[in-house]
Design a protein around this ligand. Structure first.
Ligand SMILES: [Zn+2]
Ligand SMILES: [Zn+2]
Length: 85
């Protein structure tokens, strides 16, 4: 399957803030190559559980206390991710 996000994750030429923390829903926090803000990407092609999402939000808020999660998906709507703006 062609997925822009998986492509980015494979090459990772963008800044990575946090990689594969040991949580129930695997995710990675990296700099979005288009928005230049931190982006949390869940590694599975399915919606993460509410618990998994909350863990990711909590970790991201700890890393970026001056930012808020933005769950809108303008690009790549099929892939679970959110930005910290
Ligand atoms: Zn993907
Ligand atoms: Zn972005």
């Amino acid at each position: 399957m062609d997925c822009e996000l998986c492509d980015i994750l494979e090459k990772i030429h963008t800044k990575v803030y946090l990689k594969h923390p040991n949580t129930i829903e695997p995710f990675i926090i990296l700099e979005c190559h288009t928005c230049k803000v931190p982006m949390v990407v869940f590694l599975k092609h399915e919606e993460p559980s509410e618990v998994g999402t909350n863990i990711a939000v909590k970790l991201a808020m700890e890393l970026f206390p001056d930012k808020k999660p933005d769950f809108r998906r303008r690009q790549i709507p099929e892939h679970p991710h959110f930005h910290m703006r």
